[in-house]
Ligand binder design. Structure first.
Ligand code: HEC
Ligand code: HEC
Length: 219
């Protein structure tokens, strides 16, 4: 009897492993182990060619690091791409590429892949542009951005505002330019927000953000 009790859990684990491999994992979709496998497979088949295995992207192709972005934000953005809210502007080629990819995914795939991306360790090489870090960037951040993105850039899920300590500086700068030029919408409630920062202020803000440690994002 004692032997049976010892062996049974091992057999169960093996059986579950086989089930996962056979693609019958949806039966136990709430299990974190299963979620990771599914998300990883979706990522490998759909995302890795551009965002790389590490999730750190390819600067030369305008592909950002997405490793460690919280799953709610990944899902929000993939939905925005799918609904053509993001990536539709004629001059937003990078967004257009991502839009095409997002359109090929269903809701369940978005959720699984979001969990997987959240689990990837964030890049520690976010400062690529040698921007001078100045006190002005911090002051401006606290005045205009922290109410949504958090005092340390950790983001705020209730406001759907992402952490800003996962993405590289060149990408953050480009998004601020996209907001300024109307290629991407920044905020749902524009009355709450200062106008998009001009180029010099944006550089100071991003220099400060890229030098921040990658704080735990708001889950
Ligand atoms: C053909 C290349 C390509 C593929 C494949 C691709 N991406 Fe992207 N992705 C991009 C580019 C380029 C951007 C930057 C868009 C921009 O500059 O607005 C991007 C941006 C994103 C963003 C927005 C990041 C942010 O901080 O807002 C997310 C999230 C994302 N990709 C997730 C994915 C996922 C998940 C997959 C796989 C299902 C995927 N991508 C596949 C090229 C790609
Ligand atoms: C009223 C709330 C609010 C304020 C204030 C705000 N943001 Fe945002 N920010 C958001 C939201 C919400 C998003 C996600 C937009 C979307 O869904 O595409 C966002 C997205 C961004 C992004 C894109 C991140 C990415 O991964 O693509 C950057 C960069 C950014 N904000 C920088 C700033 C800066 C810098 C300031 C201050 C000058 C600021 N934001 C002020 C709410 C805010």
């Amino acid at each position: 009897m004692g032997v049976v009790l010892l062996v049974a859990p091992g057999i169960m684990r093996t059986l579950r492993f086989i089930l996962i491999w056979c693609g019958w994992a949806s039966v136990t979709a709430a299990d974190p182990v299963v979620t990771e496998h599914r998300g990883q497979a979706i990522y490998r088949d759909n995302c890795m060619e551009c965002h790389l295995e590490s999730g750190k992207g390819i600067v030369g192709l305008g592909v950002p690091s997405i490793a460690g972005l919280p799953r709610w934000y990944v899902t929000d953005q993939l939905r925005e791409f799918r609904r053509e809210v993001r990536g539709s502007h004629d001059e937003d080629q990078a967004g257009g590429l991502m839009q095409m990819k997002a359109k090929s995914l269903g809701d369940r795939e978005l959720a699984f892949v979001g969990r997987y991306i959240e689990s990837l360790p964030p890049s520690s090489e976010r400062a690529t542009l040698d921007l001078p870090v100045a006190a002005e960037g911090h002051a401006r951040y606290l005045a205009d951005c922290a109410s949504c993105h958090g005092a340390n850039g950790e983001g705020d899920r209730s406001r759907r505002a992402p952490p800003l300590t996962r993405q590289p500086d060149w990408y953050l700068l480009k998004q601020l330019e996209n907001f300024r030029e109307g290629k991407r919408q920044h905020h749902k409630k524009s009355d709450e927000v200062e106008p998009a920062p001009a180029a010099a202020a944006a550089a100071a803000l991003v220099a400060w953000l890229a030098a921040l440690p990658a704080a735990e994002p708001d889950q």
